[in-house]
Structure formats: C-alpha cells, structure tokens
Design a protein around this ligand. Structure first.
Ligand code: ATP
Length: 268
C-alpha cells in the first residue's frame, strides 16, 4: 500500500466523460495531482474545464472514465465519507435556527442531546456566531449564513474539505472575512482542502499550491507553488510583492483561454 509520500488525495491520469443527449462531454483528461495531508490546494481555470468534476470524483459521486483517484492510497469507490462538501449555496434549513442547522449532522450521527449542545456551542464559537444561536437563516447576513454552513460542515468533522466557489456570492469585504476564517480554521484543525475558485486573488491568497487548468477537456497546465507564510496576513497581502507577482502569473496563464473560450458545446 502506498505510504504517506503518495499524498492524501491523488489523481493519476484521471479522466472523466459524460454521455449527454447529442454526444459526449469530455470534462477532464489526464489529470495528475497529489495533495498532501493538511495542504490547501486551489483549482482555477476557464468555466467548464472540469474543476467541480475533480471534487465530485474525490467525493466518490461517480467513477473515473480513465485513470484513478485515490484517497489514502485506496481507489475511491463509492461515497467517500472522509470528505465534506461546501458549495456556493449554503443549503441552510430555513425552519431551523443557527444551532438547529449546525446540529443536523450530529443528530444524524445519533449523538446524545448533551453532546450535541456542547459541540454546537463550540462550533458556534469557532466560526464567530456566538449570540446568534437562536437566529434563523433569514435573519442572518450573507457572511453569517456562510459561517453557519461552515460550522455545519465542520460538525461532520471531515478530514478533507471540498469547497466549490463557497464565497462566490459574497461581496468583497465579507469574502475577505471568510477567507481569513477558512485559512485559520483549516490550519488550526489540520484540514486538507481542495478549493475551486474563479477569483485569482483568492486562489493565491488561500493556497499552498494552485493548480491551473486548461480549457475543457481540462487538464492541469501548471501547478504554481505559493511560497507565502502559512500564517500569512490576508489583510496585508496586497503589499506583498510575491502575492502581486503570483496573481499576475495566474492572469498570464489564464488570459489566452479567457480570450478564446467561446465554445460551450459538447465535444464529440
Ligand atoms: N453530471 C454531469 N453530467 C453531464 N455533464 C456534466 C456533468 N458534470 C459536469 N458535466 C460537464 O462537464 C464539463 C465540466 O464541468 P465542471 O462543472 O466540472 O466544470 P467547472 O470547471 O467546475 O465549471 P465552472 O467553472 O463553470 O463551474 C461541463 O461541460 C459540464 O457541463
């Protein structure tokens, strides 16, 4: 069995095609990527290049069409219970308050009432929602809803977080607040993160490494190391020369595919 050098998650010649009416969509091809435990890897690339497909494959939502996806050295075969998923929409239950929403995974796991109360309180504190336990989703700001969704995700205590543009709908200030939050939480809790974003600043600000995709069928064009400190100050990144250079490098890599990316038809 592969040892730790093989990484926590590995894509080995991974490819995925979907049969759709009128043809086959080749979503991803020949993807090779190893993600180490505790690493924060961002995925960027043109729309439709297969970024979400990679997350879905790690979650075990479908099998690979080519190659292999491994988790802890084992091929992903069926639902991967070691991962938690967060998307742009928060899917909070409107009829439950903050505490009730965060409690959902714990209730499903059959935890005792006392245990649930204690864990919910800890999670509320962790994401900065203390005092809002009894608020309903409609009474929360966009950023607070995200915090609530994040606390619910952490209630599962997944080893790995799969995040698909989780802050895409937030305005710039709230987004920055959530970015600070997620980096700190993941570092403190030792989580491994695969994070899809269209925002190149976000891709650099959060990442230990950033994988840049080519247009569909997407493959990794370049893996960019982000040599910023692990405890980087996101509020001051704009003054950091390395950050400015790295975001410019990503722009240069992606600009040609943005300019030519007009084809959204299935490739047959
Ligand atoms: N379950 C599916 N069935 C059919 N086609 C799919 C499925 N999932 C993804 N696709 C297609 O595969 C391609 C890649 O989709 P994917 O969502 O992975 O791209 P993406 O890079 O995440 O896109 P975006 O940045 O726009 O969210 C797209 O053409 C999409 O329509």
């Amino acid at each position: 069995m592969p040892g730790p050098a093989a990484g926590l998650i590995s894509f080995e010649g991974f490819g995925k095609s979907f049969e759709v009416p009128g043809g086959t969509v080749h979503a991803a091809r020949d993807v090779n990527l190893t993600v180490d435990e505790g690493e924060f890897v961002t995925l960027v690339g043109p729309s439709g290049c297969g970024k979400s497909t990679l997350l879905n494959a790690v979650a075990g939502l479908f099998p690979a069409s080519a190659g292999t996806v491994r988790y802890r050295g084992q091929p992903v075969d069926g639902y991967n219970r070691s991962v938690g998923y967060m998307t742009q929409s928060d899917h909070l239950l409107p009829w439950r308050d903050v505490a009730g929403n965060i409690a959902v995974p714990l209730e499903i796991q059959g935890r005792s009432r006392a245990e649930i109360r204690e864990r919910v309180q800890a999670l509320v504190g962790l994401v900065g929602l203390t005092g809002f336990e009894k608020s309903y989703p409609t009474q929360l700001s966009g950023g607070m809803r995200k915090r609530c969704a994040l606390a619910r995700l952490l209630a599962y205590d997944p080893e790995t977080l799969l995040m698909d543009e989780p802050f895409g709908a937030l305005d710039a200030q709230l987004r920055l607040g959530m970015q600070i939050e997620i980096r700190k939480l993941c570092r403190d809790l030792g989580k491994t993160v695969l994070f899809v974003t269209h925002d190149l600043d976000e891709a650099v600000a959060l990442a230990d490494r950033c994988a840049v995709f080519s247009p569909r069928p997407g493959t990794i064009r370049r893996i960019v190391d982000v040599p910023l400190p692990r405890d980087r100050d996101l509020l001051r990144l704009r003054h950091d020369r390395r950050y400015v250079e790295l975001t410019a490098e990503l722009w240069d890599l992606l600009a040609p595919s943005i300019a030519t990316h007009a084809d959204m038809e299935p490739t047959r």
